[in-house]
Design a protein around this ligand. Structure first.
Ligand code: MSP
Length: 670
């Protein structure tokens, strides 16, 4: 029976359009799915959207629509993008679908029955921005970070999952099965969270219901509470399979970003242990190995794409959108994302780097080698791939494809590449493959086929050598086309057919691939595989695109300077950095926006006349400068406690003054 391979992506929040982060995770899952299909495995690939919770409720409120409307508006963006990119997912789950909600209700009830979920009164601190209860120690840590986490005292009824009871089994899971989290240094982070410095008794029970919001799945029998969004979201991986595909359980690889690793490596296995546990298996005893095959194989945690050194964020306006990557084609974007990111680590993105990579590896490297090789086979052998009696050395032996990879020097190149791919290290595998391609270029230079072609009429040895070179080039390109099929499905097929090979590159079994394959017939014409990008021209065009049809700013009509004031007068104005947490339009006004601004020490309601230049959702998370000691003033019935500083053009349109990204709410501006 073929091995099963179930791969998942995180399900994406529907409060944003897809960006490079979503694209990366989903492409990585697609590459894994295609790769494992080419190993003869039976693959199931799941993605979807996470539609409940406070974030969605807030964004929808700021836009004046219902959360369901927001979800229904955003989901097609994801679906259309994945379709445009030719992704091969088997299912797309939405947490608002009935099939999902049913499972959440059933599982919630099941765990109520086993005592893993219980109702209690919580009394303590709650972090509003993290949507989580916090201990005294955590509260101190949050405050020390100074990131403006708003903490409130809370006393409320909540349902809890008894996470603390699973600490013992979780630690044993990490110790005995370190493959549960990859890469290894990410597992260490998880260990540190669960048992810092090896200390036990650190995990707190987890509140898994909310009464503060309504946008969620009501707790069965107690609809005042809705199920906490992470209990809801994580179970999508289970609910999506339903009865029909349940044989795929458990997920083989679950791809997550480092920011959501804790949810997947701590809460998620604990929920599953609770669901699959037998009563006779004591939680303070040894972890029952029986459970291991019911838990996810590997949680694969990747790092982030950064802009320079900083995080991409809406408020910084530095988010890379998939459309910007796709301008050179799906395959180019896929190749770049896989080639340049070392899984687990962060990587900074630049458009120059992106284009340089494509030029170097696709236009020059692979494209050039393929064009040269095929044209030589045509020129010197009438298009027929020669089959010399003594084939030339294969990359595993003769040439040294492993320069720079001393640890791999003993393995054959093909085995090493497949090993890297199986270990989800696509950057490493691709690096090796390109080392082989570069070596082929060097072989051409060394062998000088044009000379051999002149000599071969008189010298049979020259003819044989030319045969061997041409055959080796052809075999190498064939192997490359097959290996690249999961990563660049279109381009590899173009190469495959261009080499005169029948059928689909993606139908090949990668575990049966070798360097010797009888050429089936004459080579074809792959055409140029990848056209060289004119980097300068593209950069210029991108800059122009960034401001589509923007009218030239009007010449500024500089107003005269006001009367001088002395420093003391100026210094009486208390200017502070603030962060906009909520924003909504004031009804019946196209100009006024009501905001909740975090000033580091308190939350303020500020009403600003910026509605013609900014939409409420553009303001969320933005750092602003607030005149903090301005006397309160009523605007359309709402009391405003402060004013945002903004520059202004001739037409009076405001341009909000933005403190640098590393400023914090509460900082004084002077
Ligand atoms: N809804 C949750 C996941 C629930 S899974 C049961 C969520 N959604 S998200 O839309 O905010 O993020 C989805 C993924 O995108 C995360 O894995 C996150 O790490 C990833 N990325 C977001 N920004 C990123 C980059 N700049 N770079 C790479 N991936 C990043 O979290």
């Amino acid at each position: 029976m073929p091995q099963r391979f179930y791969v998942t992506t995180p399900i994406y929040y529907v409060n944003d359009k897809p960006h490079i982060g979503h694209t990366y995770t989903t492409v990585l899952a697609d590459v894994l799915a295609r790769f494992h299909r080419m190993l003869g495995e039976e693959v199931y690939f799941l993605t979807g959207t996470d539609e409940h919770g406070q974030k969605i409720e807030k964004t929808a409120a700021a836009r004046g629509i219902t959360p369901q409307q927001l979800a229904d508006e955003v989901v097609p963006n994801f679906e259309a993008l994945w379709k445009r990119m030719g992704l091969t997912h088997d299912d797309f789950i939405r947490t608002t679908q009935e099939r999902h909600k049913t499972v959440i209700r059933e599982r919630f009830q099941q765990l109520l029955g086993t005592g893993d979920i219980f109702k209690a009164t919580y009394k303590g601190l709650y972090s509003v921005s993290d949507e989580a209860y916090v201990t005294e120690t955590q509260a101190k840590e949050l405050q020390a970070q100074g990131l403006g986490h708003q903490l409130v005292e809370l006393e409320e009824e909540s349902y809890f999952f008894r996470l603390s009871a699973y600490e013992n089994w979780l630690i044993q899971l990490y110790d005995r099965h370190p493959e549960f989290v990859r890469p290894e240094f990410r597992l260490n982070e998880v260990r540190q969270f669960v048992a810092p410095e090896g200390q036990r008794g650190n995990l707190q029970d987890l509140s898994i219901s909310r009464t503060s919001i309504t946008w969620g799945i009501p707790v069965p029998g107690d609809p005042k509470h809705v199920v906490y969004v992470w209990f809801d979201a994580l179970l999508n991986y289970l609910s999506a399979l339903g009865e029909e595909h349940k044989e795929f359980w458990p997920p083989t690889v679950q791809i997550v970003g480092k920011d959501i690793l804790r949810f997947h490596a701590v809460y998620w296995p604990a929920f599953l242990m609770a669901m699959f546990r037998r009563e006779d298996e004591p939680l303070d005893g040894p972890f029952p190995e029986r459970l291991r095959p019911l838990l996810p194989g590997t949680i694969l945690a990747h790092g982030w794409w950064l802009m320079g050194e900083s995080k991409m964020s809406k408020s910084l306006g530095n988010i890379v959108r998939p459309e910007q990557l796709l301008r050179f084609g799906n395959d180019a974007a896929r190749f770049f994302l896989l080639r340049d990111m070392q899984i687990g680590h962060d990587r900074s993105f630049s458009f120059e780097g992106f284009m340089e990579r494509l030029n170097a590896d696709l236009a020059n490297g692979l494209g050039n080698l393929a064009a040269r090789s095929i044209s030589m086979i045509k020129k010197y052998r009438g298009g027929n791939v020669p089959t010399p009696p003594v084939p030339m050395d294969r990359p595993s032996i003769g040439i040294n494809p492993v320069a720079g990879h001393p640890s791999r020097a003993r393995g054959s190149a093909l085995v090493a590449i497949l090993q890297d791919f199986r270990a989800n290290q696509f950057d490493g595998g691709l690096d090796l493959l390109w080392e082989i391609l570069r070596d082929m270029d060097r072989q051409i230079v060394k062998t000088q086929p044009w000379k051999l072609a002149k000599e071969e009429a008189q010298n049979p040895e020259a003819a044989a050598e030319l045969d061997r070179l041409l055959e080796q080039l052809w075999q190498t390109l064939r192997v490359a086309a097959a290996l690249l099929a999961p990563i660049m499905p279109e381009l590899s097929q173009q190469l495959w057919s261009g080499l005169g090979l029948p059928g689909q590159a993606s139908d090949q079994r990668l575990d049966e691939l070798d360097w010797d394959f009888p050429p089936p017939g004459p080579v074809g014409d792959p055409g140029p595989l990848f056209a060289r990008i004119d980097k300068e021209a593209e950069m210029a065009e991108m800059e122009a695109d960034a401001a589509p049809g923007a009218p030239a700013p009007p010449d500024l009509d500089v107003p005269p300077l006001r009367e001088p004031v002395d420093y003391d007068t100026f210094a009486r104005t208390d200017l502070r950095v603030g962060k906009v947490l909520e924003a909504e339009r004031v009804p019946k006004s196209d100009k006024l926006i009501k905001m909740k601004v975090d000033l580091g020490f308190e939350l303020r309601t500020v009403v600003g006349g910026i509605g013609k230049a900014y939409a409420p959702e553009d303001l969320l998370g933005r750092l602003v400068v607030v005149v903090a000691n301005l006397a309160p003033r009523k605007l359309m019935g709402i009391e405003s406690h402060g004013m945002l500083l903004a520059a202004s053009d001739n037409a009076g349109l405001p341009y909000l003054v933005a403190p640098p990204a590393d400023a914090r709410p509460g900082f004084i501006v002077k």
